[in-house]
Ligand binder design. Structure first.
Ligand SMILES: C[S@@+](CC[C@H](N)C(=O)[O-])C[C@H]1O[C@@H](n2cnc3c(N)ncnc32)[C@H](O)[C@@H]1O
Length: 246
């Protein structure tokens, strides 16, 4: 299986990333993040092409980012306002990109792009190190569902229209909590393969990473609209807070 490499995801997808995320509830996520930021500066780990960061900046918030992919950052830079968002190119488990942020964001399952529990623990500690007292770290991720796999493999249809069909092939390695995936995107131009590997974790393991980083869990919702998280929730938006502040 392919090595984890912070730049590899963007190499495969940067030119079409925005098309692939059109169906996401971006406006709801941005409204939620703006409320959680309480006017303060925001840092997004894995800022990508600015799907969340640019509308947050349009609301008047100071926004900065970290991303490991020069291709994704180039796509951000090419957009109106994209050149005004400071971005540090590097691994968000390791690099420093300032301090005293009101909010650090790690959205769209990107915490699982880190290759190991150690790297994820370092990422939580790095998020905490960027926060001012009372600041928040928000993580959006799916809830692992090994029961959805038969013989540790799954092939599912993600999207279907007259012009684009997207399917995902996934292989589970439960002993290591790894899921290896490749999306197959079929258009009139032919097939595109979009690999993305995940070191997945249950919400409780992420909570423990938060505690190790000195963070307290403030909220857990099933989505950005604040729907209560239940036994049946397949995703979560978790808000961790550094003690202190007003
Ligand atoms: C799924 S995209 C999400 C982009 C954006 N946050 C959004 O919600 O649309 C994940 C982003 O994280 C970046 N990334 C993945 N692993 C990384 C790492 N270890 N350090 C820095 N960036 C990383 C990728 O390059 C990509 O831009």
């Amino acid at each position: 299986m392919a090595e984890f490499d912070a730049s590899s995801y963007g190499r495969h997808i940067a030119d079409i990333y925005d098309e692939t995320v059109r169906g996401l509830p971006t406006d709801t996520a941005v409204a939620c993040l703006a409320r959680l930021a309480e006017g303060g500066p925001v840092l997004e780990f894995g800022i990508g092409t600015g799907r969340l960061a640019l509308p947050l900046a349009e609301r008047g918030l100071a926004v900065a980012g970290v991303d490991g992919s020069p291709d994704m950052v180039a796509a951000l830079r090419a957009k109106p306002g994209g050149d005004r968002v400071p971005v540090t190119v590097g691994d968000f488990a390791e690099v420093r990109a300032g301090e005293a942020f009101a909010l650090v964001v790690l959205a769209f399952n990107t915490v699982f792009a880190l290759p190991s529990q150690d790297a994820q623990v370092r990422c939580f500690a790095n998020a905490a190190a960027h926060l001012r007292p009372g600041g928040r770290f928000v993580v959006e991720a799916w809830v692992p569902d090994p029961g959805a796999f038969r013989d540790r493999a799954a092939l599912r249809l993600l999207a279907l229209s007259e012009d684009v069909v997207t399917a995902e092939a996934a292989l589970l390695a439960p002993a290591e909590q790894m899921m290896y995936t490749t999306k197959i995107r079929l258009t009139g131009e032919g097939p595109r393969l979009l690999p993305a590997n995940h070191r997945y974790a249950w919400p409780a393991e992420l909570d423990l990473m938060g505690r190790l980083a000195g963070l307290e869990r403030e909220h857990r919702w099933a989505d950005w609209a604040g729907t209560p998280f239940t036994d049946d929730s397949r995703a979560h938006v978790s808000v961790y807070r550094l003690p202190g502040g007003a």
